[in-house]
Design a protein. Structure first.
Length: 242
């Protein structure tokens, strides 16, 4: 049987307040031209392409290989989670592994359905950057087109931000490693999202939205799988107020 672990208190002003405030800021960003202004910084009008559009390093290494690495991590997490039902040394980590598998799975699965629903165009498809499609913001009606966009939220940023699941997996048992995992996820998601911006695949807001979603998915997975269950297993008189 898994040893009960006392969950560390959750500061909802920090864990939930910051992402909600970020979401509100992103909605207000719709009233500005910040997305377009930043995208123009990465576009070379002389070459008629974004500066990273044909970069081997950005496309083959930072995009393809990194994505394959995270897929491998997800498969490995799933295998180890399955082993935790049979291998005694892993019994104590079963729920943490389950939380990780759930967070990784949901953090990568939500992207494609939202892309199909929102139909937001990529920068490289827009007339401002040599394409044929008309620009529309997230909350605006989509102009008629034969090729609906598939660029919101940022899919590749999710490859990095999904690693927030590692932070929540380690939060109660290995706080120092959890903080390191948080930094790795934040840096990875930001770097991967920025790389796609250099290629013209996404606007800044696309990637920030992805970070918000991945964090909330990780938080929700942690709360349902580890936090609530852990509080139930700790004697009532010993519980911390969350």
């Amino acid at each position: 049987m898994q040893t009960p672990i006392r969950p560390r208190p959750i500061n909802l002003w920090l864990y939930l307040g910051i992402p909600v405030a970020t979401a509100v800021a992103l909605i207000l960003l719709e009233l500005t031209s910040v997305d377009m202004d930043i995208a123009k910084l990465f576009y070379d009008p002389v070459a008629g392409a974004f500066i990273g559009r044909h970069s081997y390093w950005l496309e083959n290494i930072l995009h393809d290989r990194v994505k394959q690495g995270v897929i491998l991590l997800g498969v490995l997490a799933l295998v180890v989670f399955a082993l935790s039902f049979f291998w005694k040394r892993l019994f104590g980590w079963r729920r943490e592994l389950g939380c990780l598998v759930l967070a990784l799975g949901l953090s990568t699965a939500f992207v494609t359905p939202l892309k199909k629903v929102t139909q937001v165009q990529c920068p490289w498809s827009l007339t401002q950057f040599g394409g044929k499609e008309t620009y529309s913001k997230l909350l605006e009606p989509r102009p008629a087109t034969d090729k609906p966009g598939l660029c919101w939220p940022g899919g590749h940023a999710a490859t990095g931000f999904c690693l927030f699941g590692l932070f929540f997996m380690l939060r109660d048992r290995r706080p120092r490693l959890a903080r390191l995992a948080f930094v790795v996820a934040l840096v990875a998601g930001s770097a991967l999202g920025f790389g796609r911006m250099l290629q013209g695949a996404h606007f800044l807001s696309h990637n920030v939205w992805t970070g918000v979603f991945c964090w909330l998915i990780g938080l929700g997975s942690y709360y349902l799988v580890l936090y609530r269950r852990g509080m139930a297993e700790v004697p009532a008189g010993e519980r911390s107020v969350a």
